[in-house]
Structures are given as C-alpha cells and as structure tokens.
Write a protein that binds this ligand. Sequence first.
Ligand code: ZN
Ligand code: ZN
Length: 369
Amino acid sequence: MIQAVGYATNHSFTDLKPLKFERDEAKPNEVTIDVMYCGVCHSDIHQAKNEWGNTVYPCMPGHEVVGRVSAVGSAVTRHKVGDMVGVGCMIDSCRQCAPCKEGDENYCEGPNSWLATYNGPMVPAKKAADEKNHYGRDNTYGGYSNVLVVAEDFALKIPAGLKPEAAAPLLCAGVTTYSPMKHWGVKAGSQVGIVGFGGLGDIAAKMAIAMGATVTIFTTSEEKLDEARRIGATGVPEENLKKEVDPTNPLTLSFDFILSTVPEKHDLNPFLPLLKRNATMVICGDLGPLMPVNNMQLASHRNGVAGSLIGNLADTQEVLNFCAEHGIAHEIEMLDIKDINDAYKAVEKGEVRYRYVIDMATLKAEDAD
Ligand SMILES: [Zn+2]
Ligand SMILES: [Zn+2]
C-alpha cells in the first residue's frame, strides 16, 4: 500500500480537509504519479456537495491532474520514470464494449461505464444491470492528493511546449470543449458561438480561434465583453438577444455551431434562431435537465440541440498537443490547497479568471489527521 494524503469531505455540507488514506501499489500495467498540479473544476463542487445525488463519501475531487511518473509497473511501455503526464476524468473503462473498442472510452457502455478519477464507477453496482462492480472499487480518490496510480493508457503525455500547471485544466475543461468542436466539424471559416465565458468558455474560444473560426462570446457580464475582444472574439451581451426570431439581429441564422458552457440550467431559446440551417447547439457545461426548447424553431432549420461528455483519450492527447502547438492555455490562478474551500465559493460566484489550479506542493502530510 502507498500511504497518501489529500483533501476530502465526508458530507455534502462540510468543508474539504486533509485526509490520510492508502492507494494500491501500481499493477503491472499501471504508473504511479507524484501529483504536482490539479485544476479545480465546477464538477468537483457539484460532486463534493452531492448536487448530482451520486456522491460516494469520503469525496476527494480532482480530475485535472498533472505530475511526474515516479514508478512504473513491469508491463508499462508508454511512460517512464520522470515523464510529465496528465490524468483527466477517467482512470479506466471496460475496454470491451463497442465505444471502448472504437476509442470512445468516455461513452463506455460496460455495466459500470467508465471508472471516474474520483467517485468510483460512473454506474455504481446498485445501478448496474448485473448489480456488480467490475472495477472492484466503489470509490476512487482524485487529484487533490499527493499521489495517483492509474493504468498507463489513461495517463496522457504533457507536451514540452505546455507549462504543466496550465496543462492541468485542459484535461477536463479543455477536452470537454475541444471534443464537441471536433465532432461537429468546427474548422477555418466556421462561425462559432460560445455561451458563457468562464473556465470552459475561455479555452473554447481560444481553441476555436486557433482552428480559424470566427468566434462570438455571449456573456451576461459587462466586463467580460472587453476580455472577449482581448482574445480576438466578439463579445455580445446575452440580454441583447430575443427569445423569438429577431429579423433585425444580424446574428440571426449566422452560426455553424454554438457551444453552451454555462454550468447551470440556462434558457437556450434566445440562441436557437442564431443557428444556420443544419447547425447544432451543444450543451457541455451543465448535465441536468434542459429548459424546454421551441421545436418549431429547431424544425424550421433542421437544427439540433445535443449533449457531449468530456472527450475520449485520443481527443485528450490531441487537445494537449493542439494547445502546445498553438501556444494557448487557460488563464490560471494558482491556489494553495488550504484555500480550496474559499476557492469553491469564488467558483460558484463566477469570480475566477478563469481556472484555479492547486499547487500540490502546498499539501503537507503533517496537516492530516
Ligand atoms: Zn471537470
Ligand atoms: Zn466500455
């Protein structure tokens, strides 16, 4: 067993605090990682507070993990000791279903779906068709910790051109927005709308611009209009949009793709008239029930409203390489792990520009009980 320390909470209503725990030693196909940085994702907060109703406690969040390989199992070929690697939302999948065989591990259809970096399998035993847990672990502890052990193929390579701390948020926020843009064919010349300009919207806009798209950011924050301009996008106040078709709005029927990154329930109707014929609006910021949409509007231009969940391993490596190549990354604010509970409050208020990254060197074993 590896003696580890991290930050976790035992209840939906208590703060995260230091926790000593044990991790299994690396199996032959696994690598052990000394965690250096971990991004703070809005999902961490939803999960810590049981806002999706599926949290397993103790809950130790963190799925934007960057660190150095400190040990490798005997069968490992992809990584060696000293390599800088990243781990995103998944640490395993069934490896046998059609999506897994086709490289879409994030859409694993195995009985327990994929194994999340924290909070255990996406489908727990009690909800699985065979009522079993094929991963043998009901809970997993994420990257708010000093050490992580994962299967080698779920550890991505951090390219030399990326600062490791800035690479961390790409492992969830980056791939969550990159993957739908790739799937729905964003390319040079595309007109792309990004709704919400926080941790996801910031990187989505930068990547779309790097792909050669023209980007419009819809925001409710006056001050973010200038920030949009600064990265080369056009900022549009959301309140300028009408819920019905507005023939006087030059943006009507002008977008090839719109991505909503808003992390809560949000009215989509003002955006639908902006989609070109056959275009799709994808919701990647919120996983709850959508507000009703006017299907007359969708039907009139064969539009779609779709969901997208993180991205597969290949896309995760691709987004890291893409951002290294184009010299883009999140704006990040470094965080001492003892300030994590205050950071959660700031994320909930939308006060972060644009992603917190925990410097794991601030985690001290002696602080833990
Ligand atoms: Zn996340
Ligand atoms: Zn699978």
